[in-house]
Design a protein around this ligand. Structure first.
Ligand code: WTA
Length: 633
């Protein structure tokens, strides 16, 4: 693949000295250049173990992280903080309707214990799977930690998923318990969640016991005899405590399904010790979370980003985690900045596609708020182009806040590629090097490493603690030296070891004889003044040309002049072969619930193909208009 480009040396940005001085990990820290063994030992030291592990990995070839260690994840997120910080706020919650709730560590500990006792009363045993079908409300975190306390596995299903999707996940996990709610508020109106939950429950072959959290203000949703009220169940166990169940580090902590951007969701199981050590360590070293911080990961708890960096990392580190139930533009497009200002957020982690939406809405929104509390900005989920990166740093980060572009996946459990904000220079548009202790390579179809600057597939070439149970099993079965994990992400590594992500393999676009990662073409388009977001897809039915879908700033429709400027800029940047069959202006890109652009759907629209499974789509209402403008092009 040629035509790809990576940020050059001249684009390098150093972290400010004031940040480096206070960073959890800075150049003076011995772990920066340490062998992986020492890094993952250090990660384990962030946790409180009942039996501390002897070493990260056994001497033989098996890949079992911290194999001889035992611990409990809920005790790490709660009990160990009580002695010194019981009155510290653990959860600050703000609802879609503007309600707020605070939980100190003591409050959270109490409610998790009561919920654990309640789950036990229902018959939940160690190893059972408890499905949670809840929006971002504190009871979701309470239930997750209550499961962890008694060694049950949580299986969180996104609250906006349909009855079918919930049923599939109940069925595949043989989950006998469902914690849901009467309803919740979405964009100002109440959604009846219980009916959907019941439809799913009825459609599976096994019995599922329903527990219902009261989220709506009135009793609009009727509870039947079979429904157990969460509040009543907890009332029956007021102030009870449940001993945390001792778990082997390799015991499962939870199951989660991948977000399904490209197809069938698949099940991923994460371990107790390896996963928790990995997310605590990366929360500490990459997101620079400190116990006195308010950390805001603006995602849904249901995605892996939410599990790792809304729940487990900030709570294991004793910080305050901000949970926001609502939409980023409700009631107004400055909602996010209002929250940052009101809650004095220190570290703000969000999807890169969300940042492109902020840029589209305009800088007046962040600039009308005092965002001086922000110390670090983090992004995840899709490649980020340099222009958006700089916009974020300047208009949200006040011009000098470090930005980390973090690459990882549901399967990896936690961050694997990113700059360390207190150590590394940043290169806008490139995620950064592999973290200390992580080994990566860019390989070709045959599995051979390519030269620096050449593109290929990103592979992780040795095990890491947050790896899923099935990856660990696969690595154990192979000769450890030969094992590597190939992702379907295309990437280039530069001579400094920095990785630039080009997009997923399935989304590769061939123009003329040149194959481009979508990110390369999209980044060049977004560079053009007036453009906010772009997605490029291959249109086979149009002679194999590429179609560029473009959203302008403020959502206005583009004109001929903008079209010309885009064409001109892209061919100047990427060469004369980089031409589009058409540039189509649309108000919004189709995105999944977790914020990824659904390029597959755009490709199907361009080709007039059937759309396949679009249940992961967040804004299906945009499809009609995209069809119309595509046809007219
Ligand atoms: C993509 C989300 C470029 C990538 C944590 C990966 C990224 C998939 C980045 C995993 C990034 C995530 N730069 N691409 N910083 N972060 N991705 O499982 O394609 O929902 O394979 O996990 O998101 O998505 P998942």
């Amino acid at each position: 693949m040629s035509g790809e480009h990576t940020p050059g040396r001249r684009d390098t940005v150093s972290p400010p000295a004031s940040f480096v001085e206070q960073a959890n990990v800075s150049p003076s820290n011995s772990v920066v250049d340490a062998e992986s063994h020492a890094v993952w030992e250090r990660a384990a030291e962030l946790l409180t173990w009942e039996t501390p592990p002897d070493q990260p990995l056994p001497d033989d070839d098996t890949v079992e992280w911290y194999a001889d260690g035992t611990l409990n994840a809920a005790a790490n997120c709660l009990d160990r903080h009580l002695e010194t910080r019981k009155n510290r706020v653990a959860i600050r919650w703000e609802g879609a309707d503007g309600d707020t709730r605070l939980y100190t560590y003591l409050d959270l500990h109490r409610e998790v214990n009561e919920a654990a006792a309640a789950l036990r009363e229902l018959g939940v045993e160690t190893g059972d799977v408890v499905t949670c079908y809840l929006p971002v409300i504190p009871e979701l975190v309470v239930t997750m930690l209550a499961c962890a306390r008694i060694g049950a596995l949580h299986n969180v299903v996104f609250a906006g998923f349909s009855a079918d999707e919930l049923a599939t996940r109940l069925d595949r996990t043989e989950s006998g318990y469902l914690v849901t709610c009467d309803g919740y508020y979405r964009r100002g109106s109440a959604v009846n969640q219980l009916t959907t939950a019941d439809t799913a429950r009825m459609s599976v072959d096994h019995d599922v016991e329903p527990v219902v959290v009261g989220r709506l203000d009135d009793d609009a949703v009727y509870l039947g005899e079979e429904h157990r009220r969460y509040e009543t169940l907890l009332d029956a166990h007021r102030n009870e405590t449940v001993e945390p169940v001792s778990r082997a580090a390799t015991d499962p902590l939870f199951v989660i399904y991948t977000s399904g951007t490209t197809g069938e969701p698949s099940r991923v199981t994460h371990t107790t010790g390896g996963y928790l050590a990995h997310v605590a360590w990366t929360g500490h070293s990459v997101l620079d979370i400190k116990p006195d911080d308010t950390h805001w990961c603006a995602a849904d708890v249901a995605w892996i980003t939410g599990h790792s960096y809304m729940v487990y990392a900030p709570l294991a580190l004793g910080a305050t985690t901000l949970l926001y139930e609502g939409a980023p533009d409700q009631p107004e497009k400055d909602r996010m900045w209002q929250l940052v200002e009101r809650h004095r957020v220190d570290t703000f982690y969000t999807a890169s596609t969300a940042v492109r939406a902020f840029m589209k809405w305009g800088e007046t929104h962040p600039e009308s708020h005092n965002l001086s509390s922000l110390r670090l900005l983090g992004m995840v989920g899709e490649p980020i182009d340099p222009r958006t990166w700089n916009w974020h740093r300047n208009h949200v980060g006040g011009g000098d806040t470090p930005v980390v572009d973090t690459w990882w996946q549901t399967e990896t459990g936690g961050i694997l590629v990113s700059t360390l904000p207190g150590v590394d220079d940043m290169k806008p548009g490139s995620a950064g090097p592999a973290l200390p202790g992580v080994d990566i390579a860019v390989i070709d179809e045959e599995g051979e490493p390519v030269a620096p600057g050449e593109s290929g597939y990103l592979a992780v070439t040795s095990p890491w603690p947050g790896m899923s149970q099935s990856l660990a099993a696969e690595a154990s079965g192979a000769n450890a030296d030969d094992w590597y994990y190939v992702t379907s992400d295309r990437a280039v590594i530069d001579e400094d070891g920095y990785v630039t992500f080009l997009g997923r393999e399935d989304d590769t676009v061939t123009v003329g004889n040149t194959a481009f990662g979508p990110a390369t073409l999209e980044s060049a388009i977004i560079d053009v003044n007036g453009v906010a977001e772009a997605a490029v897809v291959e249109a086979n039915e149009r002679g194999g040309t590429a179609l560029a879908y473009v959203c302008t700033k403020h959502g206005k429709s583009g004109d001929e002049q903008l079209r010309d400027r885009i064409e001109h800029h892209v061919s100047e940047r990427l060469g004369p072969t980089a031409r589009f069959g058409a540039i189509v202006f649309i108000p919004e890109l189709p995105k999944t619930h977790s914020g990824k652009i659904m390029r597959r759907l755009l490709g199907a629209i361009a080709d007039g193909d059937s759309y396949g499974d679009t249940s992961a789509l967040r804004n299906p209402e945009t499809v009609g208009e995209i069809e119309t403008v595509t046809r007219d092009e």
